[in-house]
Ligand binder design. Structure first.
Ligand code: HH2
Length: 262
């Protein structure tokens, strides 16, 4: 079965659940609930990456995430830290996280690669064009799938050059990060082309605004679009789906996998 990565946002401003779990206790119970619903990984984040989000300094981001990581790491699910900052990643690994999810793919703090190597941690390298403040202004590619693939190949090389074993690396096309609707659809449709990178593919479509561009849904009402796009991503080669709604996605995946025949 594809693995589900449950989103645990300890932020005031995440696009779909900002402020709901800013309190560590709330975030911890939410994470435990997602694990009970079938999340194999819990992705703890202390800074929103939505278009135009405010930057958070490392001390604040660490304060938000560290206690949540420590509590959740005591459970069954693996814990990833959704950060681009070395200090936040280091504190999370100290607290029991085993994966760093870097949406800037080592372009903020390249030392994250050697940190993961030293600690035997996994690393998710995600594609983003531009940065969260500017990325949706006028995204442009020659061929979005070829360009994303070339970027990820180069980032894999950067990580391995820093001493991280290739086996520890996962890749993610970064749905919604510097992409138009058509770019997102191309990436999901042609996701299989990323398989030749030889690394497991992570995909996050959950509640993202490309869904609204198709069906006009509000952010609180994108479950159908999230599940449909997640299942097709799985069908096209994703091994990990990053989702907010773990129980519903797990239900849908179970049936989809049975129909698909294993
Ligand atoms: N999407 C978001 C954040 N982190 N990491 C990976 N690897 N892939 C993604 O697609 C991805 C990610 C954005 O979603 P969310 O965390 O819900 O929102 P925000 O960034 O506003 O906190």
């Amino acid at each position: 079965m594809a693995k589900l990565m449950g989103v645990v946002n300890v932020t005031p401003d995440s696009f779909s659940d900002g402020g709901l779990y800013l309190d560590a206790g709330e975030a911890i119970s939410h994470g435990r609930e997602l694990a009970a619903q079938g999340a194999a990984i819990l992705d703890v984040g202390g800074e929103s990456t939505r278009p135009g989000a405010a930057e958070v300094d490392a001390a604040e981001e660490r304060e938000r995430t560290e206690p949540v990581v420590a509590a959740l790491a005591a459970g069954e699910a693996a814990v990833s830290i959704d950060t681009s900052k070395l200090a936040v990643a280091e504190a999370a690994l100290d607290a029991g996280a085993t994966i760093v999810n870097d949406v800037t793919a080592l372009r903020t703090d390249p030392e994250i690669a050697s940190l993961c190597a030293e600690r035997g941690a996994g690393l998710i390298l995600m594609h983003m064009q531009g940065n969260p403040r500017t990325m949706q202004q006028s995204p442009a590619y020659d061929d979005v799938v070829d360009d994303v693939k070339a970027f990820l190949a180069e980032r894999i090389d950067a990580a391995t050059a820093a001493g991280l074993a290739e086996e520890r690396i996962w890749v993610d096309p970064g749905i919604g990060f510097g992409k138009t609707l058509e770019h997102n659809l191309q990436l999901l449709r042609r996701l299989g082309e990323l398989r030749s990178l030889g690394r497991p593919i992570v995909v996050g479509t959950s509640r993202k605004s490309f869904i609204a561009k198709i069906d006009g849904s509000e952010v609180t009402d994108r479950l159908g679009g999230s599940i449909a796009s997640g299942l097709l991503a799985w069908r096209n080669g994703a091994e990990v789906l990053r989702v907010h709604d773990v129980a519903e996605t797990a239900e849908a995946l179970r049936v989809a996998e049975a129909v698909a025949g294993g």
